[in-house]
Design a protein around this ligand. Structure first.
Ligand SMILES: [Zn+2]
Length: 328
């Protein structure tokens, strides 16, 4: 955000919460976009805890481009896909059915799920959609999914925070799922230890591409609004945890942000001295980052496994309190 613009900030404060429509309050005033260098702010809803990036860019597509799309998971892509399939099988009791992944990227996860017998459809935009289609994945625009419904499972791996209205997209997911359909949604945990420790330097804030910032309270509130009951919370996406500690720490001390991330994910990095410093410091930080990830109870990501009630229950407005946390 243009934090030097008081007027703009005050205007942004007049926004209301996308989830519960409450008035928003300032949370973080100075969060840097590691790609553009622009500054944004984060407002938080006092009622449900949902964070909002302000100002939300009029043309968010300008903040993506090839530096964003690419091998987001680099050498861990296969491990990540297999881990997610294990969560999928656990959530569905290994009942193979129709799976929709919203924000499917290059389709690595869907390919792995298809190998296990799921019938898969993806939704994606930009160049990644072409790569998923080239891998033989049926990739559709969001407004083309109604004809393929109902799905047995919908997954959103770190994509909900990118949409201009999580409330709208979760409502759409609810309408696409069959009775007792399963919704698996993963987001960065903006209420975790990492986010609190690093503040505006936290790697996973990734403003303005992340338009919203969830914690467990805000995510469960949003899901219950659309008559999902959270059955289980998971936190163990180790690569997000360990790398989040490393890159956030590097961002706090080095002048150019995210150099290590860019390098590991195959992007071009200009400054050789920054690259050398990132690898040298990163290797020193790595053991501590791993230890912090193991010890930290409130980790860098949240994964909710939620189930939708039967149609009658939904019409009765059945919600539930979030259950106690379970570990994978
Ligand atoms: Zn709210």
């Amino acid at each position: 955000m243009a934090t030097n613009s008081t007027t703009q900030y005050e205007e942004a404060r007049k926004k209301s919460c996308d989830n519960c429509a409450s008035a928003l309050a300032p949370a973080l005033a100075d969060v840097r976009d590691p790609q553009s260098g622009e500054r944004f702010a984060i407002l938080r809803c006092p009622a449900c805890g949902l964070g909002h990036t302000v100002p939300a860019p009029a043309n968010i597509g300008e903040y993506y481009g090839e530096p964003y799309y690419g091998q987001r998971h680099s050498f861990t892509a296969r491990y990540c896909a297999e881990y997610r399939v294990r969560i999928l099988e656990r959530a569905t009791g290994r009942r193979r059915g129709a799976l929709l992944d919203i924000g499917c990227g290059d389709g690595t996860f869907l390919e792995a799920a298809r190998r296990r017998g799921y019938r898969v459809v993806g939704s994606e935009m930009g160049g990644a959609a072409d790569r998923a289609a080239a891998a033989g994945i049926d990739v559709r625009a969001l407004d083309e999914l109604e004809d393929l419904a109902p799905f047995d499972v919908v997954t959103m791996w770190h994509t909900l925070e990118h949409f201009p209205s999580p409330n709208e997209i979760v409502g759409r997911v609810s309408s696409l799922l069959g009775d007792e359909g399963v919704f698996i949604v993963a987001v960065p945990n903006s209420q975790g230890l990492q986010a609190r420790f690093f503040g505006g330097d936290w790697f996973h804030f990734d403003v303005p591409r992340h338009l919203f910032h969830f914690g467990r309270r805000s995510l469960s509130s949003l899901l219950e609004r659309h008559h999902f009951a959270v059955e289980c919370w998971l936190h163990q996406e180790l690569e997000y945890d360990v790398f989040g500690w490393m890159q956030s720490a590097l961002n706090a001390v080095l002048p150019v942000p995210n150099v290590l991330f860019q390098s590991l994910t195959g992007k071009r990095v200009s400054g050789t001295s920054e690259l050398a410093a990132s690898y040298a410091l990163g290797s020193l930080i790595a053991p501590a980052a791993f230890a912090a990830s193991m010890l930290s109870g409130r980790r860098a990501t949240l994964i909710a496994i939620a189930k939708r009630g039967r149609r009658g229950e939904r019409q009765a407005g059945a919600g539930s309190n979030p259950p106690e946390e379970k570990r994978a």
